[in-house]
Design a protein around this ligand. Sequence first.
Ligand SMILES: *Cc1c(COP(=O)(O)O)cnc(C)c1O
Length: 404
Amino acid sequence: MNAPSTSHLLPTYARVELAFERGEGVWLTATNGDRYLDFTSGVAVNALGHGHPQLVAAISEQAQKLIHVSNLYRIPEAERLAARLCEASFADLVFFCNSGAEAMECAIKTARKCHAANGQPERFRIITFEGAFHGRTLATLAAGGQKKYLDGFGPVVDGFDQMPFGDLEATKRAIGPASAAILIEPIMGEGGVRVVPHEFLRALRSLCDERGLLLIFDEVQTGVGRTGELFAYQRTGVVPDIMALAKALGGGFPLGACLATAAAGKGMTAGSHGSTFGGNPLAMAAAHAVLDVVLADGFLDHVRRCGLVLKQKLAEIKDRFPSVIAEVRGEGLLVGLRAVVPNGELVDELRAEKLITVAAGDNVVRLLPPLIVSEAEIAEAVRRLERACTRLSERTTRQRGTAG
Ligand SMILES: *Cc1c(COP(=O)(O)O)cnc(C)c1O
């Protein structure tokens, strides 16, 4: 590896000694020439895999015409993308930004401002759930409420009330005159691919309707086809008032979006929010290309079929290696393996098999292949998993032998 051993990058990541220099479809090539099967997709970002011809062409063509103009002017391709997103969802209004955390910031501000516009500026508090992840800005960290991310960064931004996961009674009790909204990921990604029961989401919707709160879904990880629907909420029968998107939306080009109904977005008038880069022509070209592919006939059927095939094969592996894998969970191609061994060890063994995966909370290993993955590539990934599990189960047997 030619990577320098010291780096001037702020050391905020515990990086693996591995760098990639090119990719094609589901495959990544490392700087030493090794080929890896990518079941991480840049953490649910590269929905079309690497080097997708439509995405590459769209970005190259747009780059030659116009990369950036400011939001002081109309951006026709942003208006068209907003219209496509609204056409495909519950929403009437869209704000574009550059990341998931920014999309969530806009969602939080939109909910607060809605109540202010309705003459109730005292309603600013948002109910969230333990295990959630909403980003790394000061407000989204407060929303996520994870101590390990908040420690050392001064006073926690006020206005978030965190409930135990799935606790409806606590949620009801927490609603007061200052409550503005309930915020939840329909499937907790970073928290360990925990699927929120649809009946719990339905109960939250009813609570919001009864008590005049807005329901916000963080679909930064679940959105744009990952679960086999364009948006995860479409699988639940529950429709939010506000929704945050990012990750896969630009297919790897940084792009976030906050979607809202006309009623929920009513406070966000001229001057109330902004972003220098948000929704610029290059980002819009990337997102249109992503939507062209994901919304094409049969594409989401392909995601659903591959998700089922993957989960079925994983269930077999789980049954064969109970000392390594405890549970398979998730929807579509957002799949989690709850490990028996430390999840980091499983990720390392899979990487030794040249299969790239990513850890999550609750001792889970996430499998997030590009949505263009083929059934043959899924079979190949499962063979690699099988070899890694064989080694790990032999190791645990040996360790038990030594201990006994
Ligand atoms: C990744 C993620 C975020 C944060 O996105 P960034 O682009 O890293 O700011 C927020 N919410 C969820 C659910 C995520 O998965």
